[in-house]
Design a protein around this ligand. Sequence first.
Ligand code: ZN
Length: 180
Amino acid sequence: MAVHKILRAGNPLLRQKSAPVPVEEIRSQENRKLIKDMFETMFAADGLGLAAPQIGILKQIVVVGFEQNERYPDARPIQKQVLINPLIEVMDAPREGYWEGCLSVPDMRGYVERSRKIRMTWYDEKENFHDEVIEGFDAVVYQHECDHLQGILYIDRLKSPELFGFNAELDAAGRERVAI
Ligand code: ZN
């Protein structure tokens, strides 16, 4: 396994669309190693989720999973999942938001409103097909990660440019701690 370097905003690879993984290649040795590396990279960086383009691989693969760590003391646990070729259908209008952060935009956060209810289809790493309705915080995290596969960063979705900044400055100003 290997921890990869995480690309930061400004790297053009983060702005490209990722390609679907052919279903018959989901369990290839190359993809199995990539998924292991993505988990290792995400845990090493204390992230909640990581999309393959964040390590420069333009494939539609996302890993999520989170127990609890210092970076997000208030965040709820998220079950470990591999999302391959995810498709999202938004089921309600965006309402309240979260202060989101991103491993590709380090030390910063911004306020984004997203739908809390989505229907999502995807393959997991064992080639099982899922079709599920996902609600709440998980739905927010999945949307953030799946945006990466379309070349979209959360900074494109800020409710207002004023609701964005460095963590240290926002902490000093008493802004809510990062939730994602
Ligand atoms: Zn991100």
